[in-house]
Design a protein around this ligand. Structure first.
Ligand SMILES: C[S@@+](CC[C@H](N)C(=O)[O-])C[C@H]1O[C@@H](n2cnc3c(N)ncnc32)[C@H](O)[C@@H]1O
Length: 269
């Protein structure tokens, strides 16, 4: 019977050794997207250091005696500095605790997980990384937008709209010339400039575009528009972070899939 052999006890999954840090991804939001590794980590951790994007329901899986530390941005107040987080993880691990560093989505996709892993490695703190479903793929799938589709696209670009410093700034016009679907993280504020540059680079102004706010969560909102209108529509409808912006023909499939699903549901009645 399905589920009979489902054992997510620490005995069937790796034991979380004291004095180590596990850097884990909590997926796009809905706890149903957690991996078994991460649920097991939540059950074993002595202390959990989490970001703002981790849904409170995810933390319900924590051991009742675990200490839970919020290390994200709240109410517009500045977040804890990245180096302070690194120091905190090192200190907690040196207290011989099982430290779960939990981030939204995947820690290695626009999550500064790479930086934290480096800090731990340099300090000689043993750590492991357990991936999560990144919002830019999981959020899309849950919104019925396939990231790739045979005959439509052979590549997809995941990009951040937030350029922390000049030397990593993207050449949006060059990306526009590629005419490949783009999934943009952290692009709410910069979308007007990005959309204009993509069009200037050669991407069709009427390319379909979607915005997914709070992907997979109960208050999820999805808006479909076109490249030349999406920034205005986003502002008009007051979409805000956390949101993903998807630009490309793959967005068209959402409407197609939804229509067919509706039809099938009607016929089934
Ligand atoms: C600092 S990045 C973290 C990305 C994360 N590591 C991941 O793999 O999804 C934060 C951005 O991810 C996107 N994001 C994360 N979770 C989201 C969600 N549930 N709905 C929409 N966008 C989300 C938004 O663009 C948000 O501004």
């Amino acid at each position: 019977m399905i589920g009979r052999s489902l054992d997510i006890s620490p005995a069937s999954l790796p034991a979380f050794p004291p004095g180590t840090v596990w850097l884990c991804g909590a997926g796009p939001g809905d706890p149903g997207h957690l991996t078994l590794y991460v649920v097991s980590a939540l059950r074993q951790a002595d202390v959990i250091v989490h970001d703002a994007l981790v849904d409170p329901r995810v933390l319900d899986f924590a051991h009742p005696e675990a200490e839970i530390i919020f290390a994200g941005k709240r109410g517009g107040k500045p977040s804890i500095a990245q180096d302070e987080i690194g120091e905190m993880l090192i200190t907690l691990a040196r207290q011989n605790r099982r430290v779960l560093r939990l981030k939204g989505g995947d820690p290695f996709v626009f999550g500064r997980g790479g930086e934290e892993a480096l800090v731990l490695a340099e300090a000689g703190v043993p750590f492991r990384v357990f991936p999560g479903i990144t919002s830019g793929l999981g959020g899309l799938a849950m919104a019925s937008i396939p990231a790739t589709m045979r005959g439509v696209n052979q590549a997809v670009i995941l990009a951040t709209g937030h350029s922390a410093d000049d030397h990593t700034r993207l050449d949006w016009a060059a990306l526009g010339r590629l005419k490949l679907p783009l999934v943009l993280y952290m692009a709410v504020r910069t979308l007007p400039d990005i959309a204009a540059a993509l069009v200037a680079g050669g991407m069709d102004a009427d390319t379909p575009a979607a915005v997914i706010e709070n992907a997979t969560l109960p208050d999820e909102r999805i808006m479909v528009s076109t490249l030349d209108r999406v920034a205005k529509d986003l502002e008009r409808q007051a979409f805000g972070p956390p949101a993903l912006v998807v630009i490309g023909e793959i967005v068209r499939l959402r409407e197609e899939l939804r229509l067919l699903a509706l039809q099938a549901a009607r016929e089934a009645v």
